[in-house]
Write a protein that binds this ligand. Structure first.
Ligand SMILES: Nc1ncnc2c1ncn2[C@@H]1O[C@H](COP(=O)(O)OP(=O)(O)OP(=O)(O)O)[C@@H](O)[C@H]1O
Length: 256
């Protein structure tokens, strides 16, 4: 996916994205980081054709995003949004099956291919035993896995996740990030996610897009770009960057 000179405004006065140019590399995990309000979710929204940029274009597989029909794009790209709501009486299996809608025609019966995709999604997310449960019977971590199951049941090669670990305790955060990694390594999904935790971003990403004030401030491999001066410029926070033989690169905030 190519992101070519994207500018976007919600109110047609101030640009929330300013001339953003980048590339999402196939088969890699790319994480968008940056301070609150810098435009991470907005960029994800433009990259999934939710918002139309007023300049520039996003090109997926050689075709501009706005040239795709909704269903056609939904066969290539799935999104797990920041907050999700569903009627509380729907079961895990039913919600997961909604991921198949782009592949079905009106009134069509579920086909073998749909059943297989749903089973695959439930297995990947370890929800087979929870399939008959409703959302309100699940923990926050399990609920997040249901939204991921629904998205991957779409069987796309690209998966976007906006802050997938928010509101989860550290155990469930790691569980979700390990699941995302597995989807990337074992199933070849191209991942683009937004994260706030920089140490998790370093650990789970091949590439980082660092945003500041609606602009792409820097991009590259975590080891190349995560420096004390970069964090200070972007977040205004003093950090110490450490290299550990076992855990790799990590950073410790020391003040503002
Ligand atoms: N629907 C909207 N209408 C108008 N302005 C919006 C809308 N959504 C976001 N904004 C504004 O656009 C800017 C970028 O917001 P965005 O949500 O993309 O930032 P973010 O980096 O994802 O923030 P956070 O880390 O807090 O989730 C902010 O100034 C925000 O107030």
């Amino acid at each position: 996916m190519e992101i070519n000179n994207i500018s976007f405004s919600y109110d047609k006065k101030n640009d929330q994205l300013k001339s953003v140019t980048s590339e999402i590399v196939k088969g890699k995990i790319t994480t968008i980081i940056g301070p609150n309000g810098c435009g991470k979710s907005t960029l994800l929204g433009v990259m999934s054709n939710n918002y139309a940029p007023h300049t520039g274009q996003v090109v997926l597989d050689g075709k501009e995003l706005n040239m795709y029909k909704t269903k056609e794009l939904a066969k290539k790209l799935a999104v797990v949004h920041q907050s999700n709501e569903a009627p509380s009486d729907l079961t895990v299996e039913k919600l997961t099956s909604f991921g198949r809608l782009p592949h079905r025609t009106l009134f069509a019966q579920e086909r073998k291919e749909d059943e297989e995709a749903i089973e695959w999604a439930l297995t990947c997310t370890n929800l087979q035993n929870k399939r008959a449960k409703t959302l309100q019977q699940l923990s926050g971590g399990e609920r997040q896995r249901v939204w991921i199951a629904m998205a991957i049941a779409q069987r796309t090669s690209i998966l976007f996740l906006d802050e997938p670990t928010t509101f989860l305790d550290i155990y469930y955060q790691i569980e979700i990030l390990e699941l995302i990694k597995k989807l990337n390594v074992d199933h070849g999904l191209t991942i683009v996610m937004v994260l706030h935790d920089m140490n998790q971003a370093i650990r789970y990403s091949d590439r980082l897009l660092v945003m500041k004030n609606g602009q792409l401030f820097m991009e590259g491999a975590p080891h190349d770009i995560m420096t004390e001066s970069m964090i200070k410029s972007v977040y205004g926070v003093d950090v110490i960057v450490k290299h550990d033989q076992d855990t790799g690169l990590y950073m410790v905030p020391v003040g503002i």
